[in-house]
Design a protein around this ligand. Structure first.
Ligand code: PAF
Length: 252
């Protein structure tokens, strides 16, 4: 497995590759990321994973500072999975002129997570655009857990006439239903016990108001719980950890 630390190394590796499946990540990899890798490997011969904790998508410095990172363990997992290359740039490589240019979407990005995390989706769309320009993949693999992010990236790809195809993968969950997330590592043992009730409440057969009350009674602080198209999207806080999830919503 090649570890490409900068844009020059990426460019020279890229020149000798054809079809690429690209999995963008912020590291701290779990089975959800590995499912994306696995799907990429089924679609194309060459898989590239990026690991970059993108500072522009964090609306709070404390969240960026506490974002879990373990590059050594990530590289070992990717190597064992047979990934061809890993791109691990630093901030100066991705933002050589600071945050001079950005991509802003003016509709969906202002709702749901975007309403509570100002600038978050500008940061996500900007870094994904930069990574797609650098990697020039045939496929980009994204998880449905970040449903709003997935819809925004799909729309950006269409809007800017990019040739890359999006492959979306279902959310990977623990056996108790908790959606896998790098942030779960920051939950205390008692919060980890409670966290699966988030998904269980979302899938309970009751209306939105009852779900909201049940979550509050359990000890979650509910940021939003709203229907978007055919999904129910939600974000809650447990202590200082923010969890998001989404489930199919059959409609009336
Ligand atoms: O979903 C993530 O891990 C990040 O938002 C992404 C897509 C890698 C961009 O930094």
């Amino acid at each position: 497995m090649r570890v490409l630390n900068d844009v020059t190394a990426l460019n020279s590796w890229r020149r000798n590759q054809d079809g690429i499946g690209f999995v963008p990540t912020m590291g701290s990899l779990h089975a959800g990321h590995m499912a994306l890798v696995n799907k990429a490997q089924q679609a194309v011969d060459t898989t590239l994973v990026s690991i970059f904790v993108n500072p522009t998508q964090f609306d709070q410095t404390s969240d960026l500072d506490s974002y879990p990172q373990d590059l050594k363990a990530d590289l070992a997992q990717l190597e064992a999975a047979g990934v061809d290359a890993v791109f691990t740039p630093d901030s100066d490589q991705i933002y050589p002129n600071g945050y001079r240019f950005k991509i802003t979407e003016n509709d969906l990005s202002e709702q749901f997570c975007g309403a509570h995390r100002p600038g978050h989706f500008d940061g996500v769309l900007t870094v994904v655009m930069k990574l797609l320009q650098l990697v020039k993949p045939d496929f980009v693999l994204l998880g449905e857990k970040d449903y709003q992010q997935l819809q925004l990236i799909r729309a950006m790809i269409d809007e800017f006439f990019l040739k890359v195809k999006v492959i979306a993968c279902a959310t990977v969950r623990d056996s108790d239903g908790l959606a896998l997330s790098s942030r779960n590592q920051r939950l205390s043992p008692s919060e980890l016990n409670l966290a699966p009730m988030f998904y269980q409440t979302l899938t309970d057969d009751c209306d939105l108001e009852s779900k909201r009350s049940r979550l509050r009674a359990l000890g979650f602080s509910v940021e939003y719980l709203q229907v978007y198209q055919d999904r129910l999207l939600a974000a809650v806080h447990l202590g200082d950890v923010r969890l998001i999830d989404n489930v199919p919503w059959p409609g009336e």
